[in-house]
Design a protein around this ligand. Sequence first.
Ligand code: URP
Ligand code: ZN
Ligand code: ZN
Length: 461
Amino acid sequence: MRTVIKNGRVVTAVDDYNADILIEDGTIAMIGKSIDADADRVIDAKGRLVIPGGIDPHTHMELPFGGTSASDTFETGTRAAAFGGTTTIIDFAVQYKGQTLQEAVDAWHAKADGKTSIDYGFHLICTDFPDERLGEMRRMIDQGVSSFKLFMAYPGVFLVDDGTIYKAMRTAGENGGLICMHAENGVVIDVIVKQAIAAGKTAPKYHALTRPTKAEAEGVHRAIALAEIANTAVYIVHLSCDDALQEVTRARDMGVPAFAETCPQYLFLDYSVYEQPGFEGAKYVMTPPIREKWNQEKLWRGLQFNDLQVVSTDHCPFCFKEQKELGKDDFSKIPNGGPGVENRMSLVYNGGVASGRISVNRFVEIVSTNPAKIFGLFPKKGTIAVGSDADIVIFDPNEEFTISAKSHHMNVDYSCYEGWKVKGATKTVLSRGELVIDEGKYVGRTGYGSFLKRGLAFSPR
Ligand code: URP
Ligand code: ZN
Ligand code: ZN
């Protein structure tokens, strides 16, 4: 099968030029000024950007949480991702107490294999990590699950203690793995939450008011300090605020290999979402919570100066009806998480490139190239180069559209960005050379996506 993409503006993390691309057998075979090869399919990309497919390294399809499960399955969630220009997700498998790491990864394979429209990999959330399990980490890395998430939050559910974090960091570091840290002081937060509930403060806004930015900053500081002691790198997930960013910036200025991602909800939404009438604020109950508005420009600055390297989504949708409603009388029972896998590329393009905050190259870097490099997928994924997978998005930088739950493809009954007009739309998506989205229409296939056996992390510093 040969496809030629003609007349496009090819943009990678470093390049920006007009060229044609020849795709053969799923990979990029040639890039040239004008390619006249015989092809089974010719795609005209005139007036459009031709960019590497988005890589969202933080999703939670079907995650069991708070007595329910995230509403997107691997089938619905990866289809929605493709609509939004994402061609790879890295989802978080969960090891529950008493399980081996292998059992946890096998359970996630059972959920995902044969169900996705795009390629996917797994990180592994470790919750039960006595010394005798440490050796299993190497086996997971050999199987392509080369990153692990640990929680400093959610005591009794996901939280692991500092000794465990240190041991896991050392083992990961020695074996070429990477620890992803949910950095919040969950023990202190738990006390504050219990005090709020006891005082009758049960509305959704108290989710935010009981999780101070200092609790996140303390977690980030501790995570980085532990990584330094363990002589390894660390990746901070879903960083939400300036207090936490300052910890990352300080460490990086000292030459510490600390990496961090933020998410669209922290770049575009602010605390006022919780002040909406009734139970509306529950839609935005996610962890960390949405912060005061002034943090947003600080996060953009972090992206501009490379103290933040990635924008992921932390896609973890729960329907407003019946799922978020589980916490109608108690904010601590609202399942934590929100939707976003479909909106990331357009939101970041609109708020980043179209608004003049970042270059188009930096856009590609933070939504595709850096996740590929940090999580062992580069250069197979994350760039447009001869030999790379033909995961390609044809993106109209001028088209405006309105985000709405009425038209999105995520299996969730609301959008955090309802009615927002954004500039920059995914038009056509190829995954390993096969069309998944054609001029806005899904033409892909459930089960097409392959599990990605990821390599070791390659630092983009
Ligand atoms: O609220 C969130 N972020 N839910 C998903 C789990 C996590 O901590 O990433
Ligand atoms: Zn988390
Ligand atoms: Zn998450």
